[in-house]
Design a protein around this ligand. Structure first.
Ligand code: IMP
Ligand code: MG
Length: 187
């Protein structure tokens, strides 16, 4: 299948922004810092972010939480399930919860609540992309990579039907009727 994907944020723009986020995080002087990456979409962003944190003088530990949201269509009553939980004790720790996209806000609200009820000292959210148009829960990211237009994005960890996570840039899928200009990927 051939899909046209246009670049939204290229590799240089992402690297610059990730470094700036790490600097911003280091200025908050976190203690016993634990980065919790929400799988799968944040795997590349979190990998780059912890390395940028290291360059910014931080020594984060890392954990992973695999969450899955089972949508109930347009009713919006999504149920979130924990497919894999963090293993470390989060009690008393400053946590940065990292995800690819903050959209409805349900996933990150759920994850933040679970970590707070286990005694985290603080839970701050770092979202690579903020898509505010479809927010259903009042939640804000403390650190945002980029404001994202209301388009379906892929790459840099984000997928469309399991494909395109490997793209080194963030792109958006061009609907068939608008295809013509831009990069075409696929076979
Ligand atoms: P929400 O904030 O609970 O709605 O969760 C947002 C999640 O939906 C993201 O972490 C992605 O997994 C997925 N998602 C939302 N928009 C997109 C998109 O444009 N491309 C790929 N995944 C998306
Ligand atoms: Mg996700």
């Amino acid at each position: 299948m051939t899909v046209q994907i246009n670049t939204l944020f290229d590799e240089d723009a992402i690297a610059t922004r990730v470094a700036a986020l790490a600097e911003e995080i280091s200025q908050s002087k976190p203690e016993r810092l634990l980065v919790v990456a929400v799988l799968k979409g944040s795997f590349i962003f979190s990998a780059d972010l912890v390395r940028a944190m290291h360059r910014a003088g931080l020594k984060p530990e890392m954990e992973f939480m695999h969450l899955s949201s089972y949508g109930a269509g347009t009713t919006g009553s999504n149920e979130i399930k924990i497919l894999r939980d963090v293993e470390s004790d989060v009690n008393g720790r400053d946590i940065i919860l990292v995800d690819d996209i903050l959209e409805s806000g349900r996933t990150l609200t759920f994850a933040k609540e679970r970590l707070m009820e286990r005694g985290a000292k603080s839970v701050k959210i770092a979202a690579l992309l903020d898509k505010p148009d479809h927010r259903k829960v009042a939640i804000f990211a403390d650190y945002v990579g980029f404001a994202c237009p209301d388009k379906f994005v892929v790459g840099y960890g984000m997928d469309m039907g399991h494909a395109w996570r490997q793209l080194p840039f963030i792109g958006y899928v061009v609907p068939d009727e608008d295809a013509g200009n831009g990069e075409t990927v696929g076979d």
